[in-house]
Design a protein around this ligand. Structure first.
Ligand SMILES: Nc1ncnc2c1ncn2[C@@H]1O[C@H](COP(=O)(O)OP(=O)(O)OP(=O)(O)O)[C@@H](O)[C@H]1O
Length: 957
């Protein structure tokens, strides 16, 4: 018993330190023949709250522990008892029927202030559902156009969801303890963690560095050794391959030859003397059938770059010599370690078992204790490799101890998968890219396997459901089985090694780890979908296999084969040795939590390809069964899938970029249009203001506001007598009528410089100088010399002269109003403006009517008012004044204030400058306003006796 290995678990457990548990136990008590059946073992509903943290206590050697119920252990509080208590609600089916793969979700807590400041994208809805929504969705434009298979918000269902507050102990009890119990009863079990980097996989499997954070692996070992304590067998047999057993080598049970490797001495010494806190020791014990004795075997392997390595291997240099000295961090000497990859071989039929399930095993993976821990020294990088702890429990009935056919072996495999992020996000090159590619490949193949299994099961289920529904349309289930798709287990080392679990060789549990603060929303969506897929795959756990006819090999034979297997490590013949893969590894010891100073050493590791020499019976025939063509096809499918994925991602990115570009362009155009309309509006406002100012000026000048402005250009008019004024009034009315006809031509053929002429050639161009108002102001001066003649001649025209009625005014204004509406296309608007200009051309009053009866004949009949105007007397003059006001209003409304930006382009054929009327710039004059103005003017006229002021107004207009 003094040979019993000491505990090697460490409170300073980190990713880089994984120590082997002692694996061989001896039976210390050969009694309890009538022990109760182990199936009565139940899991506690929940563990009691952990005891107050004690000062670290020395871990008790396993050999000294009694295999007793915890309640019997006086050193432990009864509440820690695990046997005989009511079963916890662990969602693992207890029958051997078909059952889905269990998928548990564990949500990582916020670890930093940054995490706490971010809103998590995962919300727990119930005990088994969560909703995942991308919080960046509202801000991130690109995320709106992410590839179509990523949904912005989804609800996912799991067997159970563990919130961030879940303790390691609670998590272990609800997810792994049932598997441990199964394993002790002879049932295989698989548990693997799946998630992106930094989501807590390693924390879940191995544990953290703080007290009470021991993970699944150490707790599993605790429970197993607690349970078998007192029932240890003499390790007569040891497991080989997948299901086989052979006679054990006596050295398997010996303690490690520490002195032989002084470099490791300190490491192992450190491990052995480390003490653990109570919270890190799981005191759960499962009540076992005491008719059996047990021996526990452990191996630890990693799958790195699609190659499998033994992490419990002795440390060797490239020449195969054991390395005795590990250089310390401050040492200048460098160390090169070598390790050989292990082959995966099919389990031979000679290892036949009851379940009939075939699988593969890692050839050369040692199943013994006291090995040097490569895993500890070679620093398994959990992000980049899949770590597998494989526990084998060899159970032998006490009454049949010497009957090798009565040996029962069960396996419990705990896998910490590498981070599942995609290559495109890792931005890696060279070796890192290769690593990422292999990780992606193995995880992708794992997904493919589950997918194929699911669809095969569905097809089978459909075929079975149709059985008994008559012959027609029903397919023989055997035919359906033949037509099922091949599950591509062989396409990655990971699935090759785990395949037997998926075809019914035990229960499977998937733990999905999610960091809800991580930015990899898409990656986590893939993880969630993987879990959803896993839950749709059904497995039929086989009953505990019993080796009825195991192939027993002598230890010598096995050793010989192992030596053969490890032979390439000597690296003596470079021609036959594949080119090794070299990488640098940092070894870490001590550090926070353990109270030891942290030391680091960098070593180079040479990784040699696996040898394909067979080491087991019957494997060659199995290998021959592999069809290389099918293999090729699978490779091709894999390659195409990868290409498809990359193409999809590229398309999604291009689409998102294009959309963004188009949106930017549209925004720019909208901005330009907005600016254009804004400028137009401002211009229109300015013009209207100027026009209003001009009107006010005119009213001031006319004296209507009590401050007449004297116009030097009209001195003669002011001197006219009353009679003359009347004459002028009448003549002006006549002029107005005549203006409609004469198209702005004076009797002398002279053209006025305000208003353009209808039908005028658009090509005429001249620059307008000054405001149209100025032109209007000048007009009377020109007329001045001809006024008496005009008055005389106009008398004959007044009755027939057309007048602008208010209706006409309204109509014109309406037309112009319509033309004000801006058009989207500037050019179109321009054209319309020009056309409208021609249509609504302002017709200035002609100073002298054109002679000729033909002109008169075209004049429409005048309204009755005109006839009255042609009469004599005061009332008639007043009416005439009103009419003049109407004309004035009309002219004011038609008036255009020219500004610097106007287009004064027209000239008459005679070259006279003409202001070009601005389309749509005519002001909207409200009828009420005009009436008011008219009334004011009337009053003024009445007060002043009409005459001069009316004349002045008219001239002004
Ligand atoms: N439940 C938890 N409670 C407290 N800390 C946690 C928890 N889960 C994870 N952590 C911490 O989060 C960090 C990342 O966890 P971990 O290394 O286990 O992630 P991982 O998924 O294994 O990453 P990788 O794939 O790179 O190995 C670690 O510091 C770990 O201690």
């Amino acid at each position: 018993m003094s040979d019993k290995p000491k505990t090697t678990r460490s409170t300073t457990r980190t990713k880089t330190q994984t120590t082997p548990a002692p694996t061989t136990t001896r039976t210390t008590r050969a009694k309890a023949a009538n022990a109760t059946k182990s199936s009565t073992v139940a899991v506690p509903p929940s563990l009691p709250p952990p005891p107050p943290p004690k000062k670290a206590v020395a871990r008790k050697p396993l050999g000294n522990r009694g295999n007793t119920e915890v309640s019997e252990n006086t050193s432990k509080p009864p509440s820690k008892a695990t046997v005989g208590r009511k079963a916890a609600k662990v969602p693992i089916a207890l029958d051997n029927e078909r059952e889905p793969i269990m998928a548990f979700l564990r949500i990582r807590p916020a670890l930093s202030d940054d995490d706490s400041a971010t809103s998590p994208y995962l919300t727990q809805l119930s005990d088994n559902t969560v909703r995942m929504a991308d919080p960046q969705d509202h801000h991130n434009l690109a995320s709106k156009f992410r590839s179509s298979n990523i949904t912005p918000s989804s609800t996912y269902t799991f067997s159970h969801v563990f919130p961030p507050t879940t303790t390691q102990s609670d998590f272990f009890t609800k997810t792994t303890l049932p598997l441990v119990r199964d394993a002790l009863e002879g049932q295989n079990g698989l548990l693997f963690t799946y998630g992106v980097t930094n989501s807590g996989k390693t924390y879940t499997v191995q544990g953290g560095t703080v007290e009470g954070s021991a993970g699944i692996v150490p707790r599993t070992l605790d429970v197993i050794f607690n349970s078998v304590d007192g029932l240890q067998g003499d390790s007569k047999y040891r497991p080989v391959r997948l299901h086989g057993v052979e006679l054990a080598d006596p050295s398997d049970s010996r303690p490690p030859p520490v002195t032989a490797e002084p470099g490791l001495e300190s490491v192992l010494d450190q491990m052995n003397t480390l003490s653990l806190n109570d919270q890190d020791i799981d005191s759960t014990s499962i009540k076992l059938d005491r008719n059996y004795e047990y021996s526990i075997w452990l191996s630890y392997a990693e799958i790195y770059n699609e190659k499998i390595y033994d992490l419990l291997d002795s440390v060797k240099d490239p020449h195969g010599t054991r390395v005795n000295t590990i250089p310390q961090s401050n040492s200048s000497s460098s160390l090169v370690l070598a390790r050989a990859a292990l082959a995966v071989k099919p389990s031979p039929a000679s290892d036949g078992q009851d379940s009939g399930v075939s699988g593969k095993y890692i050839a050369g993976l040692p199943w013994s204790t006291h090995r040097r821990v490569f895993g500890t020294l070679a620093n398994r990088e959990s992000s980049r490799s899949h770590g597998m702890v494989i526990l084998k429990i060899v159970r032998c009935h006490r009454g049949e101890k010497n009957d090798p056919t009565a040996v029962q072996i069960s396996r419990l495999t705990l896998v910490d998968l590498a981070g599942s992020e995609r290559t495109k996000h890792t931005h890696t090159t060279g070796d890192r890219l290769k690593e990422a590619g292999n990780i992606n490949k193995s995880l992708m193949v794992l997904g493919q396997c589950l997918d194929t299994l699911r669809s095969n099961q569905k097809r089978l289920a459909v075929s079975l459901s149709q059985e008994g529904k008559g012959e027609e349309g029903r397919m023989d289930t055997r035919d359906v089985r033949k037509g099922l798709a091949i599950v591509p287990f062989r396409h990655s080392k990971l699935t090759e090694v785990l395949m037997d679990y998926f075809v019914g060789d035990g229960r499977t549990v998937v733990i999905v780890n999610v960091n809800p603060y991580d930015t990899g929303y898409d990656e986590n969506s893939h993880v969630m979908k993987f879990a959803a897929l896993a839950r749709e795959v059904y497995i039929t756990p086989a009953p505990a296999p019993v080796q009825r006819a195991p192939s027993i090999l002598g230890p010598g034979k096995l050793q010989g084969k192992l030596i053969k297997q490890l032979g390439p490590l000597t690296l003596k013949d470079p021609d036959v040795i594949p080119k090794p893969f070299k990488r640098k590894v940092t070894l870490s010891m001590g550090g926070p939590g353990g109270g030891r100073k942290k030391s680091e050493t960098v070593v180079e590791v040479l990784e040699v390809d696996e040898t394909h020499e067979g080491d087991s019976v019957g494997e060659d025939e199995d290998d021959l069964a592999i069809n290389p063509f099918v293999d090729e096809l699978f490779d091709e499918i894999e390659y195409l899938r990868l290409q498809l994925f990359e193409a999809e991602m590229r398309c999604a990115i291009v689409e998102a970029e294009t959309r963004e570009e188009v949106m930017r362009e549209m925004e720019e155009r909208m901005g330009n249009m907005e600016e254009m309309y804004r400028r137009r509006l401002m211009k229109s406002i300015e013009q209207n203001e100027m026009k209003t100012d001009a009107k006010i000026d005119m009213l001031h000048q006319s004296g209507l506001f009590g401050s007449p402005v004297k116009k030097p250009s009209r001195p003669v008019e002011q001197d006219l007598s009353e009679e003359e004024e009347d004459e002028v009034d009448r003549s002006l009315v006549s002029e107005t009528s005549e203006d409609e006809e004469t198209e702005g031509h004076s009797s002398s053929g002279e053209e006025f410089d305000f208003g353009s002429v209808q039908g005028e050639d658009d090509d005429d161009e001249s620059v307008l100088n000054g405001s149209p108002l100025a032109s209007k102001g000048k007009a009377p001066a020109k007329r001045q010399s001809t006024a008496p003649q005009e008055i005389r001649e106009s008398r004959t025209f007044i009755p027939d002269g057309p007048m602008l009625s208010s209706d006409t005014e309204d109509a014109e204004m309406t037309d112009e109003d319509e033309s004000v509406a801006p058009s989207v296309d500037e050019e179109e608007t321009e054209t319309e403006e020009e056309e409208s200009d021609d249509e609504d051309e302002y017709v200035p009053p002609a100073p002298e009517p054109k002679s000729g009866s033909s002109k008169k004949a075209r004049v429409p009949s005048p309204p009755p008012t005109h006839k009255m105007i042609s009469g004599e007397g005061k009332q008639a003059r007043l009416l005439t004044s009103k009419t003049r006001v109407s004309v004035l209003e009309q002219e004011m409304n038609d008036m255009v204030i020219d500004d610097a930006e106007a287009k004064p382009v027209r000239t008459s054929s005679t070259g006279t400058k003409k202001p070009r009327r601005q389309l749509g710039k005519a002001p909207i004059v409200r009828a009420d306003d005009m009436e008011d103005v008219a009334m004011a003017i009337d009053k003024k006229i009445a007060r002043s006796g009409g005459g001069a002021n009316v004349k002045r107004l008219t001239r002004l207009s």
